[in-house]
Write a protein that binds this ligand. Structure first.
Ligand code: FAD
Ligand code: MLT
Ligand code: ZN
Length: 500
């Protein structure tokens, strides 16, 4: 069956479009965090939408499961096949055409395999902005961004991937092509199929192209790093910033001291650049600095303000926020990046947390959302409960505080690996995480759900959280989702074992 499938795919697409040699497919078979190890039958690389549809039709005929994959940067194991050797990965990375650019309509239509960074560059060439932004943007694809409804650092102002997409082209699980590439901001003509496919993590259809929404480029974008005493002051700072800036506040990222420690430990050069700026932070204006309250390691907020008119206007707005916050004793100290290089160094520090954590070793990775009004209570209560249940764990939490989205990550106790080599350390941390992961997840997720939150804000369920989701979703919600899956994909061809 599978051999026949492969030979028919080869006949249709050509032999260069299929890879089966272990060395060629290994990096497609493991997820970015190296927590899921699959054994794919093959990796198939169609070159266009029609070829995607051909592969899906053959998969139906031969009952072969397909696992869609873009840049393979997902953090929930959604793009990794199981270990049966019967599932084929369908890579969308050869679909890289830019189909249409319409500066007047502020839209761009690209195929699924175009990287997020390329779309940002194309938008810039058009004098516009594509505001989706995340650490993996060099490798992550637009198809993957939409399939996971990715978030990132610009959600506060511009929304997540769903909010930035006007239309999609989809290959259905039966191999038909639906051209829903509408470039309309309003369209009330029945059920919203586009939104059904966005965020479905490759279980309901293959996104092959999309119409993306662009924005005017702000003339002034200013960034500040602000030291705070803790989450409560992050919340108070957010209130001040939003009341003064409203939509001009374009990013508000919280970084606990423990979360930046992994950057200091494993990417010292990145930390050094950040630290040079942080080192120059103390200002005469700061009462905290005068009282000596600032320390090298503290919780921080990275705050960005964008202004349509000018850099000067953005700076004035940012300084007025910081001024009020200093007066109210909300911040310990703050620095506004003065050059592009400083701005980049600060963002680099923030974006390197994930790499630093990966280098450190395994962690329990969480991606929770709460009403913003409940975040501070959550962190306070959860930190206490966590440290009492799992003494010595590191509270690596950081994230998109302004959206109510925290990566409340938990690292193994540092003392476990004191004096060990990096290799031994990673082995010890992995052992700890494997032993305690389920209990830690349960502790956090129970509290999150009790406080009306979500167990995944932006990374999706994939295979990492699908059992958890089953536990927390009501029977009716789960049943409705299952019915939709069955109606669209009766043979269970697309990404089985994920989400549901
Ligand atoms: P993949 O990993 O290849 O796939 C992800 C899921 O989408 C899988 O279920 C797959 O089956 C499905 N899929 C992929 N392409 C298609 C398609 N064309 N049609 C249908 N299904 C498809 N995520 C955030 O939301 N916010 C962040 O801030 C963020 N930061 C990150 C930082 C780092 C360093 C890393 C490694 C990851 C980060 N991520 C973040 C997670 C990840 O980058 C995003 O989820 C991204 O959107 C995935 O894109 P991808 O092309 O790599 O998809
Ligand atoms: C981020 O916000 O940096 C990403 O979502 C990645 C992560 O959670 O590590
Ligand atoms: Zn994130």
């Amino acid at each position: 069956m599978t051999a026949q499938f492969l030979s028919e795919v080869q006949a249709a697409l050509g032999s260069a479009a299929i890879k089966t040699a272990p060395a060629d497919i290994e990096h497609h078979a493991i997820d970015w965090r190296k927590r899921f190890f699959g054994k794919p039958l093959a990796v198939i690389f169609p070159a266009n939408t029609e070829q995607v549809a051909q592969v899906v039709r053959l998969a139906n005929q031969h009952k072969v499961a397909l696992v869609p994959q873009g840049g393979n940067t997902g953090l929930s194991g959604g793009a990794t096949p199981d270990a049966s050797g019967t599932q084929a990965i369908l890579s969308l990375t050869r679909l890289t055409r830019v189909r249409h650019q319409d500066a007047a309509n502020k839209t761009i239509t690209v195929e699924a395999g175009v990287s997020l960074q390329r779309v940002q560059e194309l938008a810039e060439e058009m004098g516009l902005l594509f505001p989706l932004s995340l650490g993996a943007e060099g490798s992550a694809t637009i198809g993957g961004n939409l399939a996971t409804n990715a978030g990132g650092t610009g959600v506060l102002r511009y929304g997540n991937a769903r909010d930035l997409c006007l239309g999609v082209e989809v290959v259905t699980p039966s191999g038909e092509i639906w051209n829903g590439l509408r470039a309309l901001r309003k369209d009330n003509t029945g059920y919203d199929l586009r939104d059904l496919f966005i965020g479905s993590e490759g279980t309901l259809g293959l996104i092959t192209a999309a119409v993306l929404k662009l924005y005017p480029r702000p003339k002034g974008v200013m960034t500040a790093l602000v030291k705070i005493a803790g989450p409560e002051d992050a919340f108070r700072l957010l209130q001040i910033a939003q009341s003064r800036c409203d939509a001009a506040l374009t990013a508000f990222e919280y970084m606990s001291a423990e979360s930046t420690q992994v950057v200091i430990d494993h990417f010292p050069e990145v930390a050094r650049h950040g630290a040079q700026i942080i080192g120059g932070m103390t200002t005469d204006a700061s009462p905290a600095a005068a009282s000596g309250k600032t320390s090298a390691r503290s919780d921080c907020v990275l705050m960005e303000i964008s202004h349509a008119e000018s850099e000067r206007a953005a700076t004035a707005l940012l300084e007025s926020v910081i001024g009020s916050a200093l007066e109210e004793g909300v911040v310990l100290d703050a620095i506004v990046a003065q050059t592009l290089a400083q701005t980049k160094a600060l963002w680099h520090l923030r974006e390197t947390i994930t790499l630093g954590a990966a280098e450190d070793g395994a962690q329990v990775k969480l991606d929770i959302a709460l009403p913003i009004s409940a975040l501070v209570d959550f962190i306070d209560q959860m930190n206490t409960e966590m440290l009492s249940a799992f003494p010595g764990v590191r509270l690596h939490n950081f994230g998109h505080f302004g959206d109510g989205n925290l990566h409340y990550n938990i690292g193994a106790p540092r003392y476990l690996a004191a004096g060990k080599s990096p290799e031994e350390r990673r082995k010890i941390y992995l052992g700890y995480v494997e032993e305690n992961e389920q209990a830690i997840r349960r502790l956090v997720h129970d509290r999150v759900v009790a406080m009306n939150g979500s167990i995944s804000a932006e990374h999706g369920l994939g295979q990492l959280r699908k059992n958890e989701a089953r536990r927390y979703k009501t029977a009716i919600e789960f049943e409705l989702m299952s019915k939709i899956k069955l109606a669209l994909d009766p043979n269970g061809i697309l990404n089985p074992g994920k989400v549901l």
